[in-house]
Design a binder for this molecule. Structure first.
Ligand code: SF4
Length: 290
């Protein structure tokens, strides 16, 4: 089967730096990682075998050194860890930091903070963790929660689909014509690059494989983008999840990967696909989703 790789795919600089820092720290002594360092099972397993302890609860940090994830952490959590005597290392990506700074500025302008993102996602939790009042929206109907707010400051989770974010902001402006709305586009450049590259590749392919962990928001958005374009799209965390029946009758498969997916995992998926012999027979087409 012919495999075409997207122009941009795979691990971003923010994740690479966080993984490098974690590995360096594990060589120096006992380390606890607060939250998933990045959303990829392979990376998490690598941290486990390097001896890092993982927890999602600050009260369960029992080593002196603690590493905070690339997705950002609320200031009050950092302050608490420092007060308890921990040595805090912060792997926050500069592009997540940028969202925190943009939101601080919007709040300083007297705006109600609005985050376009997934409630409960670690990045969004880090963003709202220090706020008394905020609104998280993800779908058009969520905009109703903002009725009556005169001044809004809007940012987006870094890994949202840009087109979706822009549609939501347009909905906000339509539904709240009297509100003073300021939107800062905080979808990060590596996320945009991967989305745009997949958009360019999609028409050349019969199907798309997205290599990314099930908890990786940006991988899910890539899968969503391919399906919206009407392609059969399969998201896998590793080559072992690929299934022959998905590719029967497929001539060209496009491959992309989320920003937390290690190169080795992508290479294994690529190799599997390249050596797979598709049967261009009168078989049922592959299912549109799994
Ligand atoms: S996806 Fe974007 S914000 Fe997140 S770590 Fe990578 S570069 Fe940073």
């Amino acid at each position: 089967m012919e495999v075409r790789m997207a122009e941009h795919y795979g691990m971003c600089f923010g994740v690479r730096d966080a993984v490098d820092l974690a590995l360096r720290l594990t060589r120096q002594g006992p380390l606890t990682i607060l939250g998933d360092l990045v959303h990829n099972p392979d990376v998490v397993a690598q941290m486990d075998s390097a001896g890092a302890v993982r927890t999602h609860a600050p009260e369960e940090v029992h080593t002196r050194a603690v590493l905070l994830t690339a997705h950002g952490t609320a200031d009050r959590v950092k302050a608490r860890l420092r007060e308890e005597g921990h040595q805090v290392f912060d792997a926050v990506c500069p592009l997540v930091k940028r969202v925190h700074l943009a939101m601080d500025k919007l709040i300083a302008e007297g705006r109600h903070p609005v985050i376009i993102g997934q409630a409960g996602h670690v990045e969004v939790r880090g963003l709202v963790g220090d706020l008394k009042e905020y609104t998280i929206i993800l779908e058009a109907q969520d905009v109703e929660q903002l009725v009556g707010r005169p001044k809004l400051g809007v940012v987006a989770q870094t890994t949202q689909r840009l087109e979706h974010v822009q549609e939501l902001v347009a909905t906000m402006r339509r539904r709240l014509p009297d509100a003073d709305i300021r939107f800062v586009d905080t979808v990060c450049q590596p996320t945009k690059d991967r989305q745009e590259a997949l958009g360019r590749l999609i028409d050349e392919c019969d199907a798309v494989v997205v290599v990314g962990g099930p908890d990786s928001n940006n991988s899910r958005k890539l899968t969503e983008l391919a399906r919206k374009a009407g392609k059969a799209a399969f998201q896998v965390a590793a080559a072992g999840e690929l299934q022959s029946e998905w590719f029967q009758g497929i001539g060209i498969v496009g491959v992309t990967a989320g920003t937390s997916t290690p190169d080795r995992v992508i290479d294994e998926v690529r190799e599997w696909l390249e050596t797979f012999e598709s049967v261009p027979a009168d078989r049922e087409p592959a299912a549109l989703s799994r």
